[in-house]
Write a protein that binds this ligand. Structure first.
Ligand SMILES: [Zn+2]
Length: 336
């Protein structure tokens, strides 16, 4: 596992706790209304955005076709960042030794957001090293400037990361936006792998998460490609399209045998889809005394509405696939 500390490129001061690399979460650049969001990253993790991120922003139409292609964009995206590429994101609690400069922030509402200049300086030497983001509707994060920090060996291990399934439903009854974003992002390679024809999904969580969107976007009838889960403990025999987790050690999608088309998912989302269906609580051992009725456990969370993959994540992902220039896939992009 890739664990390091990020330090100041000016003076070498440590600017993060030990952090382990994970894939950039699919919800990273999605915004959510006017409420507060939790930290984007789990404690002890970092991710790198290979693409330009942060201000300034511009219009996709300002790019020539060749410029768009050079950036890996094959259909319009909004908003389009003209910031630096390679920014490094950690949870705010994992930053160390910095001073906040709020007046460098951009136009924000209830918190701070990134501005033209980084909003955090190295406390030891004053170099502008990062930007804090915690405005309403934005995932809380600290974004380090790629040319103002350098990787240093970690002197302690990164904390153990919580593993296990993403909670699908929030306590207030809304679907977890992380699940919606991951499903939206996964829908793009799923549509590409469909070839524009029908796709058969297994019953259960996979069908619940992707079924309605695929029924809306793809034709019914005729021979269907078989899609399903493959990953550790699930070889995915006979699948045409395999929904696979990212390997937490390498940040690469798991490779199923036989080489089916793959649709990568965050490991916690894959674990949710692969997990058992809803179960009732049972005593760990033995049975309840005669005459005792259990009514002291909370009901499982049930959502207010049917699940919908986040279409913004679908569009963002489709726009980065050269195949979106094929007329049938471009038509699906327009319908999303
Ligand atoms: Zn410094």
């Amino acid at each position: 596992m890739d664990v390091c500390v990020y330090g100041c490129a000016g003076c070498g001061a440590e600017l993060t706790a030990p952090v382990a690399r994970v894939p950039l979460p699919p919800e990273t650049h999605l915004t959510y209304g006017h409420g507060w969001l939790p930290p984007l990253m789990e404690p002890g993790t970092y991710a790198v955005d290979p693409e330009p991120s942060g201000p300034p922003y511009g219009a996709f139409e300002d790019l020539s076709e060749a410029e768009a292609e050079a950036r890996g964009l094959f259909a319009p995206v909004w908003p389009l960042s003209f910031g630096k590429s390679g920014r490094i994101v950690v949870a705010p609690g994992d930053s160390r030794g910095t001073v906040l400069i709020p007046e460098h922030g951009g136009d924000s509402c209830r918190g701070v957001c990134a501005g033209a200049l980084p909003t955090m300086a190295c406390a030891a030497c004053g170099l502008l090293v990062a930007s804090r983001v915690d405005d309403c509707g934005l995932w809380q994060a600290v974004w380090y400037e790629p040319d103002a920090v350098r990787r240093m060996p970690a002197t302690a291990p990164a904390p153990a990361r919580p593993s296990g399934p993403v909670p699908p439903v929030l306590p207030d009854g809304w679907w977890n936006p992380r699940l919606e974003a991951a499903a939206g992002a996964a829908l793009a390679p799923l549509l590409r792998a469909s070839g524009g024809g029908p796709v058969a999904l297994p019953d259960g969580a996979v069908g619940d998460v992707f079924g309605r969107a695929l029924r809306r976007l793809l034709p019914a009838g005729g021979p269907a490609k078989r899609a399903g889960l493959a990953g550790p403990g699930l070889p995915g025999d006979g699948l045409d399209i395999a929904l696979v987790p990212y390997d937490p050690a390498t940040c690469e999608p798991w490779r199923p045998p036989g080489g089916p088309a793959t649709v990568p998912l965050p490991a916690s989302v894959w674990a949710y889809l692969a997990g058992p269906a809803e179960t009732s609580p049972v005593p760990a051992s033995g049975t309840l005394p005669h005459g005792v009725l259990r009514d002291d456990y909370p009901l499982p969370d049930h959502p207010w509405e049917l699940f919908r993959p986040d279409r913004r994540a679908t569009l963002r992902t489709l726009a980065r696939m050269p195949e979106v220039r094929l007329p049938w896939l471009r038509a699906l992009y327009e319908r999303c």
